[in-house]
Design a protein around this ligand. Structure first.
Ligand code: SAM
Length: 267
């Protein structure tokens, strides 16, 4: 997967708001009581640093699998915040993390039940889990992408393989996350669906938003000569669905979840 940090950062304020809302779910702790924390899928690391400062974390690691994102993150490393290459889908630790944070990253991997089980296993007694995932698979921004991927000449370019799934099929319903967290023995899971209303300059600006995330799934699978035609076909298909509107209200659903590990060690 090829990430372009500068494209992702074009809507930095809109993308940061859910992160701040997620941090608001984390229960206040006395300064210094979060010894070890991790930010899984940390991206360019700026929000990782903010979280470490806000919660007075002694030792924070931001983990990501994109060399482009990590190059940005490493430039802002601090004594208490460092960044490392790793796969969030397999990451776990030995019940020694007081905070496991993942903002807008879990959706990139399948089998959330198993992944969340590994993250929960990494929590110390009383440790907190805070995760945010987009849940807008049914928005025209995604539906148009899926439709275009199944038209020529793009369909043939996938060599008979299905195109990358742009509809975030990995993401579960809020009540499924609540049930999973309960089944994993977490205390008082708080899971909610929130609609973020982003006012963009125009409906066509949704393409620029998608370029920073979902479209990146297609680039490793499509020849470079088809990248621009794909974006053009996507823009046409999208505007057909949502019209040419200025400004455009981009209603974006996200799931925010928080839960705490029991204070007594498990099992
Ligand atoms: C949408 S960005 C979010 C970045 C950051 N958390 C934020 O809120 O700004 C998703 C990040 O997840 C990372 N990512 C995707 N799949 C991953 C995986 N399997 N392991 C680690 N990081 C992954 C990407 O490289 C990217 O930096």
């Amino acid at each position: 997967m090829s990430w372009h940090p500068e494209q992702y950062a074009r809507f930095a304020a809109e993308r940061a708001q859910p992160f701040h809302d997620l941090c608001d779910l984390i229960h206040p702790v006395p300064p210094g009581s979060i010894g070890r924390a991790v930010d899984l899928g940390c991206g360019s690391g700026s929000l990782t640093v903010l979280a470490a400062e806000r919660f007075g974390v002694e030792e924070m690691v931001g983990l990501d699998s994109s060399s482009e994102m990590l190059a940005e993150a490493e430039a802002i490393e601090q004594e208490r915040v460092r960044f490392a290459y790793g796969d969030l889908s397999t990451w776990t630790a030995d019940a020694d993390h007081d905070l496991v944070l993942a903002n807008a990253s879990l959706q990139w991997v399948p089998d959330h039940r198993a992944v969340l089980a590994r993250w929960v296993a990494a929590l110390s007694p009383g440790g907190q889990l805070a995760v945010q995932v987009p849940a807008n698979a049914d928005h025209p921004s995604h539906l148009a992408l899926a439709a275009v991927a199944h038209t020529e000449p793009f369909r043939s370019a996938f060599d008979g393989e299905p195109p990358p799934d742009p509809v975030a099929a990995n993401v579960l319903a809020p009540e499924q996350y609540a049930t999973i967290l309960h089944d994993l023995g977490m205390e008082t899971p708080h899971v909610r669906l929130q609609v973020y209303g982003h006012v963009l300059d125009s409906s066509a600006a949704v393409v620029e938003w998608t370029r920073g995330t979902s479209l990146t799934r297609f680039w490793p699978r499509l020849p470079a000569a088809l990248h621009d035609p794909f974006v053009d076909a996507y823009r046409d298909a999208l505007l057909e669905r949502i019209g040419e509107v200025s400004p455009y209200f981009f209603a974006f659903k996200r799931i925010l979840m928080w839960a705490r590990s029991p204070r007594q060690p498990r099992g």
